[in-house]
Design a binder for this molecule. Structure first.
Ligand code: PFF
Length: 426
């Protein structure tokens, strides 16, 4: 093990950090909606199968690369394939998380604004106009993007143990508790029954080949695969850590949080008699409206729930954004020999500018989003699976990943290609 590299203090700390990267906006605004649209509990069952048999092998591939090479994404590829041109592809694995971080920080900024508004004044009924005016106002979202990115930078600046590990150790339990409080509020609202059955009723008639593609795509995004975050965090794991066990625990945390989020959101949406929508609208328009509407009986409680909800979103987004930030910092400190402070400043400058462009031009936002989710993440995953399954020392990888090795070698590559293709035809 290379001396001078910081490590997580235990395997459990590493699992919490990887769960922090996984748990994010994808669990809150995408999973509940997908479940409802694709057969409720039947979708959850398919999702579980996809996560454990198709997505986790990709996770293992990244993890075994990181833990074995004890390097950042670029350095890891150089070590596995010395002298090969693959190393230039390694640069892409540094760029991908920074592009995602840039637009993710814009949405993180919106959550900061919503947290602020729910604390200071609460929302009035016309939340949609508020959202549209705010996001097109220029200065407000830019300021919030700056605040969110600064928060991320401060945590990363503190280092692997005192920054990333400490923040996740506190945040993950807090996130679960906050979400459970919101579930308690949501399922006791009058009229929440249909929302609960929306989550638990298995409707197998809705299952089509498409359902598998959706479940796989969701698992891919939710576990933060193909971005290098899993690789980088795994490189901070000690030499004896169990990769398979850490991966399974991360997936269990991520899945449990997604299901709890479904039970927090859908019953409230149904209680308010609203059609559940996907994407930013669900969090930034529908839910605040519900908090206002439900406030007539117990305004204080609804307002408090709104504060807790947006706090959950800000914290969940931060635990993800620090993982992407760290990929860039690990690259600059190890490959370019920068101090951590300088690396944090350089990454801040890059992501602030790109995020500002995404904040002002919605076209740039969508472009970065689809570039990363449709191409770069898939490409990164394919690269990692190829390296772990076909380039690294076979006996070592087999020993580390047993019994998942054949999945990494034979199942993951066609699964990734299948998602790539279906993204275009669906
Ligand atoms: N997994 C995060 C979510 O579900 O919101 C999103 C994400 C985080 C994607 C980190 C990629 C990444 F590197």
């Amino acid at each position: 093990m290379k001396l001078g590299r910081e490590h997580f203090s235990s395997d459990f700390a590493a699992v919490l950090a990887m769960a922090g990267s996984a748990i994010g906006l994808g669990n809150i605004w995408r999973f509940p909606y997908m479940t409802g649209q694709n057969g409720g509990a039947a979708f959850i069952l398919i999702y579980i199968v996809c996560v454990f048999f198709l997505a986790l092998p990709i996770f293992f591939a990244e993890s075994v690369i990181g833990r074995t090479t004890q390097s950042n994404t670029f350095g890891a590829i150089r070590k596995i394939a010395p002298g090969s041109r693959l190393k230039w592809l390694g640069l892409l694995t540094v760029i991908t998380p920074l592009v995602i971080l840039s637009y993710y920080s814009v949405v993180g900024g919106w959550s900061v604004e919503y947290l602020f508004v729910s604390i200071c004044s609460g929302f009035d009924e016309d939340v949609s106009s508020f959202f549209n005016e705010f996001t097109s106002s220029g200065v407000g979202p830019l300021a919030c993007h700056t605040v969110f990115l600064l928060l991320t930078a401060f945590i990363v600046l503190e280092g692997v143990k005192s920054g990333i590990e400490k923040f996740n150790k506190v945040s993950i339990p807090v996130l679960f508790v906050l979400m459970l409080v919101i579930v308690a509020y949501s399922v006791t609202l009058p009229g929440s029954g249909p929302g609960i059955s929306y989550m638990i009723r298995p409707d197998f008639s809705q299952i089509t080949p498409r359902t598998f593609a959706y479940a796989m795509g969701q698992g891919f995004f939710s576990l933060s695969l193909g971005v290098g975050t899993v690789l980088t965090y795994s490189s901070y794991m000690g030499g004896r850590s169990g990769i398979v066990r850490a991966g399974i625990w991360t997936a269990v945390f991520d899945l449990t949080f997604a299901i709890i989020a479904g039970f927090a959101i859908m019953p409230a949406v149904f209680a308010a008699g609203i059609e559940p929508g996907a994407g930013p609208g669900l969090i930034f328009e529908t839910l605040p409206y519900i908090f206002v509407k439900m406030g007539s009986g117990s305004a204080i409680i609804s307002r408090a729930v709104a504060v807790l909800f947006f706090l959950t979103i800000v914290v969940a987004a931060l635990t993800s954004s620090i993982s992407m930030y760290e990929v860039g910092v690990a690259y600059l400190t190890e490959e370019k020999k920068m101090s951590r402070k300088k690396a944090v400043i350089v990454i801040f400058a890059f992501t602030w500018v790109l995020g500002a462009v995404c904040s002002v031009f919605s076209g740039a936002f969508s472009f970065c989003d689809s570039l990363t989710s449709n191409f770069l993440m898939t490409f990164g995953a394919l690269l990692f699976v190829y390296l772990a399954g076909w380039k690294m020392d076979k006996s070592l990888v087999r020993k580390e990943l047993y019994p998942a090795y054949s999945f990494v070698r034979y199942v993951a590559p066609p699964a990734i290609i299948a998602i790539f293709v279906t993204n275009f035809i669906i």
